[in-house]
Write a protein that binds this ligand. Structure first.
Ligand SMILES: [Zn+2]
Length: 311
């Protein structure tokens, strides 16, 4: 049974978390759409796992979004059942978002005797970064570092889709399950020299958007993707200028601009994740900066936090 440890949420915020000592919820009582934070940190090791989330649909884990280092450990701590997790969404291929992907495949293969067909999505390649299909191939393909994975447990098929990375690329539907109406859309963002995308997941009228890591140059795309979503999970790795090293503003969006984007997209609630040590130490300053533009609930993620979407 999933145990959700929740702290640091806001008063009567619709961004609601289950308390650690609450009675276990039955599947029937679970929200129709829920995000479980596996990792709320970034590349610096200070107690938070690297960026990673599990999306629960009708109480069942279905989607892995990013696989930062520590995701494997959090999955075990939360006793999450991976048997239906066949959709993997990668925002970009930095290590703090993808370092546990092979460990996830390893764990997932042990949950099922039958064949597994993964649908994996991530950015196309550029510069030092391979396209996502090559990245997966380098891990578990023939001649890959962990080629043995395909002989480990279940038969696995990896259907990998490389997503457009130019900022003028259109918003695209990448998953639509006719059985239950689960919809995943994406749009290109910008994260310095690292190809990156953002995702929107919609189910039964509820929607959550994941910014991934992005600098402010991609905010028009993010605002479009997040329009009227119930929850925007924005990666918050820097303070407002000039408090963080200047080069980080070419990689990340500062709080004041996060607030402007949340307001412009009219999202109903905001969860800040991918927290850096300096951000963690100045939460009230960050909150005030966002509050200058955005009136909705603002919360900070913690590892193992469960967040119902739109309920
Ligand atoms: Zn990151």
């Amino acid at each position: 049974m999933l145990k959700l440890l929740a702290v640091a949420l806001l008063f009567s915020s619709p961004v609601h978390a289950s308390a650690a000592n609450a009675p276990p919820a039955t599947a029937a009582r679970r929200p129709v759409l829920e995000v479980v934070v596996l990792g709320s940190g970034g590349p610096r090791p200070f107690g938070r796992a690297g960026s990673s989330f599990i999306v629960m649909v009708d109480g069942t884990p279905r989607i892995l979004l990013d696989a930062g280092p520590g995701a494997f450990l959090r999955i075990g701590e939360l006793q999450l059942d991976l048997e239906k997790v066949d959709i993997v969404l990668l925002t970009h291929l930095h290590i703090d978002h993808s370092g546990d992907l092979a460990a996830f495949f390893n764990a997932r293969a042990l949950t099922s005797d039958g064949p597994i067909t993964y649908r994996i999505f991530g950015p196309d390649g550029a510069g030092l970064f391979p396209k996502t299909s090559r990245f997966v191939d380098l891990l578990v393909g023939d001649g890959g570092a962990f080629a043995y994975q395909k002989t480990f447990g279940s038969d696995e098929t990896f259907a990998v889709h490389d997503l457009a990375i130019k900022l003028n690329s259109p918003r695209t539907k990448i998953v639509y399950d006719e059985d239950d109406g689960l919809l995943v859309e994406e749009i290109a963002t910008h994260h310095g020299d690292c190809p990156s995308v953002a995702y929107r997941i919609t189910y039964k009228g509820h929607a959550v958007v994941f910014s991934g890591d992005m600098d402010a140059s991609a905010l028009p795309n993010l605002v479009q993707l997040a329009k009227d979503a119930d929850l925007l999970i924005f990666n918050c790795a820097v303070l407002d200028p000039p408090e963080s090293p200047s080069q980080l503003y070419e990689l990340h969006t500062p709080p004041r601009k996060i607030g402007e984007a949340a307001h412009q997209s009219a999202v109903k609630s905001l969860l800040l994740s991918h927290l850096a040590p300096d951000v963690e130490g100045k939460k009230e300053e960050v909150r005030r900066s966002i509050r200058a533009s955005y009136a909705g609930p603002i919360a900070f993620a913690t590892d193992r936090l469960g967040v119902p979407v739109g309920q």
